[in-house]
Design a protein around this ligand. Structure first.
Ligand SMILES: Cc1ncc(COP(=O)(O)O)c(C=O)c1O
Length: 370
């Protein structure tokens, strides 16, 4: 069986170093707010070319904390609108709702599946013509939340230009895109299956904005500037020393692991020629957290691949506007998003695969007949 993602094999090259680092943390007797987290924050900021990094408990918290900080700083107020991609993992959108802000979904680009600057511009310039108008009509839009979905970098130059023109904040959901080195304020998840994954939950924010970093750090520590002095009604969201120690070890190898993913994706793009399958259009800045294949016969393809000994996953079978959690969006229609939700199948594409595994996946995709 070729597993979709075998975390044991992915982590095997680091096993000895990880075990030693975990033992060192245990021996140190220091489990939170220690050297490992500080060092990881510095190393992750440096890796991304960001001035600040604040570690936190998970990716959803990272997104939530940035939005909450902007509320505390007076840049956002409850009820303001945040433009989000209609096709994302629901966490991107939950972070907005959870802060009392209004997520406004827009369609992705049909080729890249990334939030489309053209649908953002349509919403800003001619709101009535946007499918999101019923949600946006009484709302002041103050921010854009692009998601580097599947590991591919959004068109940030165009998005940043639109944001500057309309005085909007930009928060990048980078949960799936470790390694693309986007500038600006980014929220990260280090969920175990991510390209840089911990052995449990962990998250972080990177930013060049010193005040934002300071407010996030306080919000994540009960709103406290220092022990027992509370400026905000904060939360508890922190990365522990054990996770930071693991991430520091794996970070040293992130570029190599991503390069292997890119090489596998390159082979698939070059060697799969089945006209029934839509492969992602190659873009330079992509770390292939997910390799999505689209077909109108998704379930049949999934069954067939399983019969061939190849495990797959679906990201994501229902779009947020099709979920009960967002039943206020029931009347909205996003044809591109709905098509992706109905047709996407994620095939294995990661550094634990051998060349032989990749050849088997390619051969199976080429041999598939509807
Ligand atoms: C796009 C996206 N945003 C946010 C998250 C949330 O991250 P976490 O699971 O660490 O809370 C995830 C992953 O789970 C994700 O894929």
């Amino acid at each position: 069986m070729i597993p979709y993602l075998d975390l044991h094999t992915i982590n095997a090259p680091y096993e000895a170093d990880i075990k030693q680092a975990l033992l060192d943390v245990v021996d140190s007797g220091w489990y939170l707010f220690g050297q490992q987290v500080s060092a990881f924050e510095q190393e992750w900021a440096d890796y991304n070319g960001a001035r600040h990094c604040v570690a936190c408990a998970n990716g959803l918290d990272a997104l939530r904390l940035v939005l909450r900080a902007w509320i505390e700083m007076g840049y956002l107020k409850r009820g303001d609108g945040v433009i989000v991609p209609a096709n994302t993992y629901i966490a991107s959108i939950l972070a907005v709702s959870d802060n009392g802000l209004v997520p406004i979904p827009v369609e992705p680009d049909p080729d890249s599946y990334l939030i489309d600057p053209r649908t953002i511009a349509q919403l800003l310039e001619d709101p009535k013509s946007s499918p999101a108008y019923p949600v946006a009509k009484d709302v002041t839009i103050r921010a854009i939340l692009p998601v580097h979905l599947y590991g591919q970098r959004c068109e940030m130059e165009v998005i940043d230009e639109l944001a500057a023109r309309y005085h909007l904040l930009v928060l990048q959901d980078s949960a799936q895109s470790h390694g693309i080195k986007a500038k600006g304020t980014c929220a990260w998840s280090f969920y175990p299956g991510k390209n840089l994954g911990a052995l449990g939950d962990a998250g972080a924010v990177t930013t060049d904005d010193e005040e934002l970093a300071t407010v996030i750090r306080q919000l994540a520590f009960y709103g406290s500037e220092r022990k027992y002095v509370h400026h905000f009604k904060g939360v508890n969201s922190r990365m522990d020393e054990l996770q930071a120690a693991v991430l520091r070890i794996k970070l040293r190898d992130l570029d190599r692991a991503n390069a292997r993913r890119v090489a596998i994706a390159g082979r698939i793009a070059q060697e799969v020629s089945n006209p029934s399958l839509v492969l992602p259009k190659a873009k330079a800045n992509h770390v292939y957290h997910i390799y999505p294949v689209l077909t109108a016969h998704r379930d049949a393809l999934q069954r067939y691949l399983l019969d061939q000994g190849i495990q797959t996953q679906i990201h994501y079978p229902l779009a947020p506007h099709q979920q009960k959690a967002y039943n206020e969006w029931q009347a909205l229609h996003f044809p591109i998003t709905e098509k992706i939700a109905a047709q996407e199948l994620s095939i294995p594409c990661n550094q634990s695969m051998t060349d032989d595994d990749v050849s088997k996946v390619i051969a199976a995709l080429n041999a598939w007949i509807i």
